[in-house]
Design a protein around this ligand. Structure first.
Ligand code: BGC
Length: 440
């Protein structure tokens, strides 16, 4: 019998008492520790386009390589993980992790509309089986921002047929790959488009439009819309189609394997109200509302948290003076994960899986301190009784950070850009120590 739903839901089903203070050691030296439930998933995450390299059939490969582009540099070889995936899985295993989140690349599996590559499906089957062989539960994302070039050339998520096209891909991929998966995420951070539409300056609209137009010229499309960065006017349509795609994709995956837990992952700040008439609740409704509604029918909700956002009556409040900032310019605030998880569960009632959490920094000592601090707060949420199934850190390795290219470092391991050699950073040991004790 393949892995079943209990394996995945077990951690969340365990009583909160199991997550409360327990005692390790013997005799007088016994120390109370804050433990996580038995079966808690501990993982690290990656995404195909960010690590595999040479994702030639994808929409992003094209937009990275046209002029003008918003990308600092092209993804190129990335971390060469299409070749080196066994090494990546070894890194996860060597940390003592029991889960690995990665994505399968739609552009490789369906490089032309309706042509499904048996060889590429075999490849991803090998990765899934490679996870199992190393004791890693595969948490598999079906779409992590990138899409086939032909999909973007046909209008991307604005195409009225987008949901059906995504569901057709999910059907083919799930029928081949679902048997050995541990959990499936349909879309990664589909709500990112509403957040991006709000926070990026107005000139972004023109930049995305010009970049899409250049990509369209390069591939003979007058309606090229990359799947990741939206043109502001397209956001409402794209969001409606992505919600439909999530539902249709989930149905297709469930049709292939009804007991496989399926969810969506959302980008979620820890939104905090400041002063009177704070815009916090309105922002929550805008950024997450329709997705939290959709997630109520899912088996779990993937929470991806990197920061807090404080809102007063006018908008977002800048970080407090003197606050330490991460590489993206946001305040380093470890307690944000617990806040986001608490809200996500209260708003949906479904179990939470932390599918991403991490820190962009070239100073790994900051990450090594950030992880235990965030997990100390997360453990308290678990002990309160919030069903949290696991914690998956972003990222296993330094990788291609989208428009920022290779300038941002989220990895628990570094990657030499010339040799692709991976090396553990001290933060990998910091997370590993917590994983091995199942306690902070
Ligand atoms: C995305 C990742 C990204 C990470 C760090 C998330 O928005 O899912 O692909 O690398 O955050 O920015």
């Amino acid at each position: 019998m393949g892995p079943d739903r209990r394996e995945f839901l077990g951690a969340a089903g365990a009583s909160a008492a199991a997550a409360a203070a327990a005692t390790v050691g013997e005799g007088a030296a016994a120390q109370p520790v804050a433990s996580f439930p038995k079966g808690f998933l501990w993982g690290a995450a990656t995404a195909a386009h960010q690590i595999e390299g040479n994702n030639l059939s994808s929409d992003l490969w094209l937009v990275e390589n046209v002029k003008p582009t918003m990308f600092r540099e092209p993804s190129g070889d990335a971390c060469n993980s299409l070749e080196l995936w066994p090494t990546d899985l070894d890194l996860a295993r060597d940390m003592g992790l029991n889960a690995y989140r990665f994505s399968i690349e739609w552009a490789r599996i369906e490089p032309e509309p309706g042509f499904f590559s048996a060889a590429m499906l075999d490849h991803y089957q090998a990765v899934i089986d490679g996870c199992r062989a190393r004791g890693l539960t595969p948490v598999v994302t079906f779409s992590h921002f990138s899409a086939p070039r032909w999909f973007a050339a046909g209008g991307g998520w604005t195409n009225p047929e987008a949901a059906d096209l995504f569901a057709r891909y999910c059907d083919r991929a799930a029928r081949r790959l679902a048997a050995n998966m541990g959990a499936a995420v349909t879309l990664n951070e589909p709500n990112m488009i509403t957040v991006v539409g709000e926070v990026l300056p107005p000139q972004m609209t023109g930049m995305v439009r010009d970049m899409n137009a250049a990509a369209g010229r390069a591939c003979g499309s007058s309606n090229f819309k990359n799947a990741m960065l939206p043109e502001v006017a397209d956001i409402p349509t794209a969001q409606a189609h992505m919600i439909a795609a999530h539902k249709a994709g989930r149905a297709a995956i469930k049709a292939a394997r009804s007991d496989l837990p399926v969810g969506v992952s959302l980008t979620m700040s820890d939104d905090q109200a400041v002063g009177e008439n704070s815009l916090r609740d309105a922002k929550r409704a805008q950024f997450y509302g329709p997705w939290l509604e959709a997630a109520k029918a899912d088996d779990f909700l993937g929470v991806q948290n990197y920061a807090r956002a404080q809102w007063n009556d006018k908008g977002q409040v800048p970080p407090p003076k003197g606050a330490k900032l991460n590489g993206m310019g946001a305040e380093i605030y470890p307690a944000s994960l617990a806040g986001a998880v608490r809200y996500a569960h209260a708003a949906t009632g479904v179990p939470i899986l932390v599918t991403e959490h991490g820190l962009s920094t070239a100073d790994d000592a900051l990450r090594a301190a950030f992880i235990p601090a965030a997990l100390t707060d997360l453990q308290k949420v678990v002990a309160e009784g919030v069903p949290v199934q696991g914690y998956i850190h972003w990222s296993l390795i330094d990788n291609f950070e989208w428009v920022f290219g290779y300038s941002q470092h989220f990895g628990l391991h570094s990657v030499d850009r010339a040799t692709f050699r991976r090396a553990p950073k001290p933060s990998a040991a910091a997370l590993s120590a917590i994983v091995r004790r199942n306690a902070v």
